[in-house]
Design a protein around this ligand. Structure first.
Ligand code: ARG
Length: 462
């Protein structure tokens, strides 16, 4: 039958075209368990306000428990005719309890405060799931760094050889970024721990309800909304969630891009495990880094979800507007996307093989030790402006003769500058260059060991 929530002032049912436009049950059904939890809390508050007897409350809770079980095993589902998850579940309750009792639950609440509350609950649960998956990836990266803690690689700026760095140092830079993403999720969760339930349609309730009790029962540590208009109409918590998930996508895409490059024949820095690579339908020799490419591609989708949502929210007048029904699909998609992407990405990282010889062969290439000559000169008391010139001169001579910096003779060094004594050779090798950058945050093995220990502590704490 017709279970619309607003029959009274309407002559007939909605047009078929409206019903099809209006329906959200096919995507908001995933809020059903949260809606039922909210209903239980609301029933107790109605009882507290004297609007349900003790017996009615007991029967109401039994009905909600049964409905919850039927939703869980799939024997009760919403249909397009229900419009949305809230309406469908009200129908389910009426079917189980009869209209007299079932019809009492809606007092003092609106789908506006309901949906704002349930959406927060859903996203808070998924923030925890995604945070756990990000921590798993951090752990895999930390293990990779630890297993190759003494491997040097060419560090790059502008994708050009810059200075040698430890591979572990480079990998830990990604771990640091992911650590901030995890921190963002936790801080977001703290901000989102406020319950709009009790805000009603927009103005609050005249029925003497107890929004703080509902908030406590539903796990909102910071209580209920201070402003019922804000409670029902604000969606910055959704936009911020969409940003954090998009940022995770961007952080994954950056590492993905590097893995794709490192996996080329020309670089040959890493080899991907067969189980985490794909083949080609026509080229038998191919082994492709599809997980990394999908990560790179899906970051675009996550950014799209954020920008689409921001466009929906822009210029909405207070309070609730039906535009807000468009707030769910983008972030549901962001959750789904990351929850399949992150485990695959972590698997790829956990199983990749590092080609240490190749990285170390290239670490000193491209005159990447020129800065070490300049800084060595500075330590001898030469002004940096002069030191930079002298080191540049060394590169120029090497380039002209097709040799590396450490192949310059003592005479050539002396010819370029009297400051260049043979002791400069102590820094003209990768281990020396690495070891010299031993300040906090530097690439020296001793500094990277400190970083590794700190990061391991942070990841373990999450
Ligand atoms: N399905 C709606 C949404 O997601 C629930 C609230 C509907 N409220 C209303 N007054 N039509 O926003």
């Amino acid at each position: 039958g017709d279970v619309r929530l607003w029959g009274g002032r309407f002559a007939g049912g909605p047009a078929e075209a409206l019903a099809r436009l209006s329906a959200s049950v096919h995507f908001d059904w995933r809020l059903a368990p949260y809606d039922i939890a909210g209903s239980r809390a609301h029933a107790r508050v109605l009882h507290g306000a004297g609007l349900l007897t003790a017996d009615e409350l007991t029967r109401m809770i039994v009905g909600l428990d049964r409905l919850e079980a039927d939703v869980a095993d799939g024997s009760f589902t919403g249909t397009i005719a229900d419009e949305d998850v809230h309406t469908a579940l009200e129908r389910g309750l009426l079917e189980r309890l009869g209209a007299d009792l079932g019809g009492k639950l809606r007092a003092g609440r609106s789908r506006n405060d309901q949906v704002a509350t349930l959406f927060r609950m859903y996203l808070r649960d998924h923030a925890r799931i995604i945070g756990g998956l990000v921590a798993d990836l951090q752990e895999a990266l930390v293990r990779l760094a630890e297993e190759h803690r003494d491997v040097a690689m060419p560090g790059r700026t502008h994708l050009q050889h810059a200075q040698p760095v430890l591979f572990a140092h480079h990998i830990l830079a990604h771990v640091q970024a992911l650590g901030r993403d995890g921190e963002r999720l936790r801080q977001w969760d703290e901000r989102t721990a406020v319950s709009p339930y009790g805000s009603g349609a927009l103005a609050g309730s005249s029925l003497g309800l107890d929004p703080e009790a509902v908030a406590a029962e539903l796990g909102f540590e910071r209580g209920s909304s201070a402003n019922s208009i804000d409670g029902t109409a604000s969606r910055d918590f959704v936009a911020e969630f969409a940003f954090i998930t998009a940022m995770i996508g961007v952080d994954l895409s950056k590492l993905a891009e590097e893995i794709i490059i490192w996996n080329t024949k020309e670089f040959s820095f890493v080899t991907l495990d067969d189980a985490f690579s794909t083949g080609s339908s026509i080229m038998p020799q191919k082994k492709n880094p599809d997980i990394a490419e999908l990560a790179r591609g899906k970051s675009g989708r996550l950014i799209g979800n954020l920008t689409g949502l921001m466009a929906t929210l822009k210029a909405l007048p207070l309070a609730y507007n039906r535009d807000l029904q468009e707030d769910k699909e983008p972030v549901f998609d962001s959750c789904d996307t990351l929850e399949v992407l992150l485990p695959a990405f972590t698997g790829m990282v956990a199983t990749l093989t590092v080609n240490r010889e190749r990285m170390e062969e290239l670490a000193p290439a491209g005159f990447s030790l020129a800065t070490d000559i300049a800084e060595w000169l500075v330590r001898q008391g030469v002004p940096f402006r002069v030191a930079h010139e002298v080191a540049g001169e060394c590169v120029k001579v090497c380039e002209a003769q097709g040799i590396e910096l450490d192949e310059l003779t003592d005479e050539q060094f002396a010819g370029i500058s009297p400051h260049l004594t043979r002791e400069v050779r102590t820094v003209l090798n990768v281990p020396g260059a690495l070891a010299s950058r031993s300040g906090r945050g530097g690439t020296a093995p001793s500094a990277v060991a400190v970083q590794l220990a700190e990061v391991k502590g942070d990841v373990a704490e999450q």
